[in-house]
Design a protein around this ligand. Structure first.
Ligand code: GAF
Length: 390
């Protein structure tokens, strides 16, 4: 799959620009085991990069024209290095312009170049195809133009591109996972300090199965940004009573209970979820480390119902998938993954039953919603990289 993606992207570059590319890069999508909507709430998250990639092929030119070609969409876009950069209608272009703009803001100068890219990260499925595009592109330019950026700089550039050009006030998890992923390792990321450790992703007789609801509810961006605002309001109210609280990490459930009527029903629910989820990540990380898979699965399921009932970022299709798979023998946990309002669920299932479960889930989902369920068995893989093989 990876080799095929690289070959096709290279061939495409050759067709469009009539020469071989100078360099090729791969940038992965991500999963998140637990710690959802917690990155921008200063907690810990447990993501990992996966074997689904955006592939970039590029060459420098000796003029000031920048050309992009999105192979999968058969669309192109051209600009000059001198252009004033502002968001445009086309979203894939925005991810790239956003990166160029961030580089400009930090005086990292690029000259003209030609680029094509292609992807096996499904779009809109909660696997962070946008972060993979932003980070892969920033990584490629860093390498091509010797910009002297660290991996952390690249993740932060990707995040800013998303804020300014895609309008999503995302946290840092997706970009960080894409850039810092390691084969068979889960990242435990402290979203306050950006310190991180790797945990073995060993799951014994279990595997992580992604089920793609194939729905994208349109309020994804607005819903996401609304949640961010709601928790910011909540945190300020908490801090006005408890000045010792600097982030949600310093909050206890008692504090939230004491302020329940002042916070009001909605903000109370959001804050309650955040405090519980921060605690759950710790339990889940320990469970993963101790190979205590039933506990790991249990925390994942608890997260789901928190996201659905308190944070209100799930949707009927994903709730159905979670409820249904949890009734299957041997399944240890299930939950929605990513920003929500559609996309994928992540499920901890017995390896030997995976095929049977997929077949049953496909039938049940089609009967309920008339939608063909997609699924992705995944491998945990390394982060953004230059493709060196011949
Ligand atoms: C999206 C965002 F981009 C991430 O930063 C994160 O908040 C996630 O939703 C929810 O955990 O993927």
């Amino acid at each position: 799959m990876k080799k095929q993606l690289v070959r096709q992207t290279r061939d495409h570059f050759q067709q469009i620009y009539h020469q071989a590319p100078e360099a090729v890069f791969l940038s992965p999508g991500r999963i998140n085991i637990i710690g959802e909507h917690i990155d921008y709430n200063d907690g810990f998250v447990l993501p990992a990069a996966i074997n689904k990639y955006v592939c970039f092929a590029l060459s420098k030119t000796n003029n000031s024209t920048i050309s992009f070609h999105a192979k999968d969409l058969n669309e192109s876009y051209t600009l000059s290095t001198e252009d004033n950069l502002v968001p445009v209608e086309t979203m894939w272009v925005n991810y790239l312009l956003g990166v160029l703009d961030e580089l400009k803001r930090s005086n990292k100068i690029v000259s003209g170049f030609e680029m094509t890219f292609s992807s096996t990260v499904p779009m809109g499925s909660g696997l962070s195809s946008s972060a993979a595009v932003e980070c892969g592109f920033a990584f490629a330019l860093n390498s091509l133009f010797d910009l002297n950026l660290s991996r952390q700089d690249i993740a932060l550039i990707g995040q800013q591109a998303e804020h300014r050009f895609a309008g999503v006030k995302c946290g840092i998890m997706d970009q960080f996972a894409s850039v810092f992923g390691k084969k068979n390792k889960v990242i435990k990321l402290d979203c306050t300090t950006l310190d991180y450790t790797y945990y073995d992703a060993h799951l014994g007789d279990y595997s992580l199965l992604l089920l793609d609801s194939c729905v994208k509810h349109t309020h994804l961006t607005s819903g996401y940004n609304d949640r961010r605002n709601e928790v910011e309001v909540g945190l300020k109210m908490i801090q006005s009573h408890y000045p010792e609280v600097s982030t949600f990490r310093d909050c206890s459930l008692d504090m939230i209970e004491n302020l329940k009527s002042e916070l009001g029903e909605i903000i109370y629910k959001r804050c309650h979820f955040v405090v519980k989820e921060i605690a759950r990540v710790d339990v889940a990380a320990q469970a993963l480390n101790n190979h205590h898979y039933s506990l790991l699965g249990q925390t994942m399921t608890e997260t789901h119902w928190g996201l659905s009932n308190e944070y209100e970022v799930s949707c009927p299709e994903i709730d159905f998938l979670v409820e249904t798979i949890l009734k299957k023998e041997g399944v240890l946990g299930a939950r929605m993954m990513g920003g929500g309002f559609g996309g994928c669920s992540i499920n901890l299932v017995p390896k030997e039953k995976e095929k049977e479960i997929i077949a049953q889930m496909k039938t049940a989902y089609f009967e309920q919603f008339g939608i063909t369920l997609n699924y992705y068995p995944i491998k945990i893989s390394k982060g953004t990289t230059k493709y060196e093989k011949a």
